[in-house]
Ligand binder design. Structure first.
Ligand code: F1P
Length: 308
């Protein structure tokens, strides 16, 4: 059955989140952290960096590609390499660029005995979060929540079940055949959430996608909006974002506003709710892929990790 792994991986998110109590990362305000990854794992770094900097820590994120092509290594104390497979070439190779500068290296992966686990000074291995499907879904939610819990522990388990069912209910009512253009909007760390959301639709359902800051969308990008556009706003519960949702609906798009008592009720909680907001694009990508006849478990042209 097409997509059987993806849906299994989405459905077990509440179970995965239960595991959060067993693992802990701690950040030190006197140290600088650099996150390195590719694809979804890069997005994990971008979102975590936004959150760390907001809470008084020092962090930056760089893609594995930028590190290895330019030998670019930000001034830092601890480098954290994220790779579900532990095999993406750029991420694995980038470890050496940091090591030769005597920077401490920590790997985060779902794959024991991977290239990444062999070369990093320390590793967190979440084998229970590993996935059969190519696209990261549950593992992304788990790792993001793990990384944010180092700032402030947030128990998302109790809300996950109901949110998954609300998301399914909402998405299942949309005639997805009609939409071939997907736009994700969000400020700050919600921008990273939007970037990753767009990637899910692109990877699984092979659609045209975009992501922007909400108000930036008015400054040019909205020219391509039409009745085949589905907009998802990862809101910070501001009036401006609600106003924008109405405006885009009036222009003919279908709009899903995520926020407190909105189309999908996930109140903004300074970014700590973000892992739960990832479930919507994951399920949307899965559903749209099935409707178009694609297999969300095994998207066109993609493999579980890019080995160069
Ligand atoms: C990174 C990644 C995935 C993406 C694609 C190619 O993998 O970019 O996020 O879905 O399949 O690989 P990893 O380094 O986290 O294993």
């Amino acid at each position: 059955m097409k997509g059987k792994y993806t849906i299994k991986e989405i459905n077990r998110i509440p179970e995965l989140l239960e595991k959060e109590k067993e693992y802990k990362i701690t950040y030190n305000k006197n140290k600088k952290y650099t996150f390195v990854g590719c694809g979804s794992s890069y997005n994990l770094g971008l979102i975590t960096t936004k959150m760390l900097n907001k809470y008084g820590y020092k962090s930056n994120t760089i893609s594995g590609g930028e590190v290895i092509v330019f030998d670019k290594v930000p001034q830092t104390d601890i480098a954290i390499f994220i790779s579900r497979t532990g095999e993406s070439t750029e991420t694995v190779k980038a470890v050496e660029n940091f090591k030769k500068r005597k920077i401490k290296t920590i790997g985060i992966t779902c794959t024991p005995e991977s290239s990444l686990t062999k070369i990093c000074d320390e590793t967190y291995i979440f084998e229970f979060a590993n996935e059969e499907s190519v696209v990261m879904t549950g593992s992304f939610v788990y790792i993001l929540n793990f990384l944010l819990n180092g700032i402030k522990y947030t128990d998302l388990t109790k809300d996950a079940e109901i949110i998954i069912s609300n998301i399914k209910e909402r998405i299942d009512t949309i005639d997805l055949k009609k939409y071939n253009h997907y736009v994700f909007l969000g400020f700050d760390e919600q921008y990273g959430i939007s970037k990753e959301g767009a990637l899910k639709i692109q990877e699984m359902a092979i659609q045209n996608v975009e992501y922007h800051e909400p108000l930036e969308y008015r400054h040019g990008p909205k020219s391509t909006l039409n009745e085949h556009t589905l907009v998802i706003i990862n809101s910070k519960d501001t009036e401006e974002e609600t106003k924008l949702a109405k405006e885009l609906k009036n222009m003919g798009a279908e709009v899903i506003l995520i926020g407190k008592e909105k189309d999908i009720d996930i109140p903004y909680n300074n970014g700590f709710e973000s892992p739960l907001r990832m479930i919507l694009p994951q399920y949307l990508g899965y559903k749209k892929a099935l409707i178009e006849g694609y297999n969300p478990d095994q998207p066109r042209n993609l493999s579980k990790s890019v080995i160069l």
